[in-house]
Design a protein around this ligand. Structure first.
Ligand SMILES: C[S@@+](CC[C@H](N)C(=O)[O-])C[C@H]1O[C@@H](n2cnc3c(N)ncnc32)[C@H](O)[C@@H]1O
Length: 189
């Protein structure tokens, strides 16, 4: 085994392989960033804490969706905080999605489902709680999707970017994350 590794190193094959993997990973991230209009930028830990503070203590969701879960930071935290809930983490970009699966080998979360899909084409109708951190451009399309899918009483938390036509019933500013706003919406009946 070490001989084979030595041979590969001698001929530069390992470097070439590593370089190709990194290049493909980078190109994949770039492609999906352009396609969705959203880079896989993780939430600041303070933004995550603020989002969690906006969820009422007595709220006991059965189904939680994280739309665009990236590398999984929020999805894993939601699954740990609500062990009784089914947490569905949706991500279109293959590399972050793969990292979430690898992460689950080390951070066991039996109630977490990691899906590779476009959340705009996913059924969100059983959601009690929806979380997302996206960009300005996709918020109007998301708003239409949530208006069509969600039941009265469902909570939506959006980080940094508001749903343009909805009125938030709670918000928090996160000074550690360039004064980002975290918004909470409740679907009315
Ligand atoms: C800014 S990252 C946020 C990651 C994570 N939610 C967090 O807060 O740490 C947004 C993610 O949404 C994903 N995304 C954007 N549009 C999507 C879509 N229509 N369907 C699925 N994932 C999408 C992007 O690929 C990106 O990884």
């Amino acid at each position: 085994m070490s001989n084979l590794l030595g041979e590969l190193l001698d001929h530069g094959a390992l470097e070439a392989l590593l370089f190709s993997v990194l290049l493909l990973g980078g190109l994949s991230i770039l492609y999906y960033t352009v396609r969705t209009g959203v880079p896989p930028m993780p939430s600041h830990p303070s933004a995550r804490r603020a989002a969690f503070r906006l969820i009422p203590d007595r709220f006991s969701p059965a189904a939680i969706y994280e739309l665009g879960c990236g590398w999984g930071g929020i999805a894993f935290a939601l699954a740990a905080r609500y062990p009784q809930a089914r947490v569905v983490a949706i991500e279109l970009s293959p590399l972050p999605w793969l990292v979430c699966h690898i992460r689950r080998l080390f951070q066991r979360r039996p109630n977490l489902e990691i899906r590779r899909a476009d959340f705009l084409k996913s059924d969100l109708s059983d959601a009690d709680l929806v979380f997302c951190y996206l960009m300005v451009a996709p918020m109007r399309g998301l708003e239409r999707k949530l208006t069509g899918d969600l039941r009265p009483g469902a909570l939506v938390i959006t980080s940094t970017f508001a749903l343009p036509g909805w009125t938030a019933d709670g918000a928090e500013t996160v000074p550690e994350s360039m004064n980002a706003q975290i918004y909470r919406y409740r679907v009315s009946g």
